[in-house]
Design a protein around this ligand. Structure first.
Ligand code: FES
Length: 136
């Protein structure tokens, strides 16, 4: 093989690999189903959360508090405080979620009432099917 044809072959291989390197992400982006999010759900039997009580679980690797409010039904909120990430607890006596670290108070809907938390708690969709509560 002559030197010139060898270099042409090498250049061709390099060009092809470069082309594939850029084409593959484009193909993955445009292919159907590439962005379909995996549907995550958590099922909790209704019997585990009597009215007025709260239940701790995790949803998508996030600690979650599911509250069975007598008037507002089931509410699922992230327990991760938006200040510095401590885990909030439900205080039934005042019907609030309270952060033990710096005292942030949240309503049962996750809105900040007081304290240093800069944003509300994340809220997750809840549905009731038969005897189960489904988060997600
Ligand atoms: S971490 Fe919750 S108030 Fe600071």
């Amino acid at each position: 093989m002559e030197r010139r044809s060898f270099l042409k072959s090498l250049l061709g291989i390099f060009s092809l690999s470069t082309f594939i390197t850029f084409l593959y992400p484009l193909f993955r982006f445009l292919s159907p189903g590439a962005h379909s999010a995996k549907k995550i759900q958590v099922t909790i039997p209704k019997t585990k959360i009597p009215a007025g009580e709260a239940y701790r679980t995790t949803f998508d690797n996030t600690p979650v508090m599911v509250v069975h409010h007598p008037n507002k039904g089931y509410i699922a909120l992230s327990r991760v405080c938006t200040h510095l990430g401590c885990l909030v607890n439900y205080d039934r006596s005042v019907d609030r979620l309270i952060c033990p670290c710096h005292g942030a108070n949240f309503t049962i809907e996750g809105k900040v009432i007081s304290g240093p938390a800069p944003a509300p708690l994340a809220r997750y969709p809840v549905s009731v099917k038969g005897e189960n509560i489904i988060i997600g």
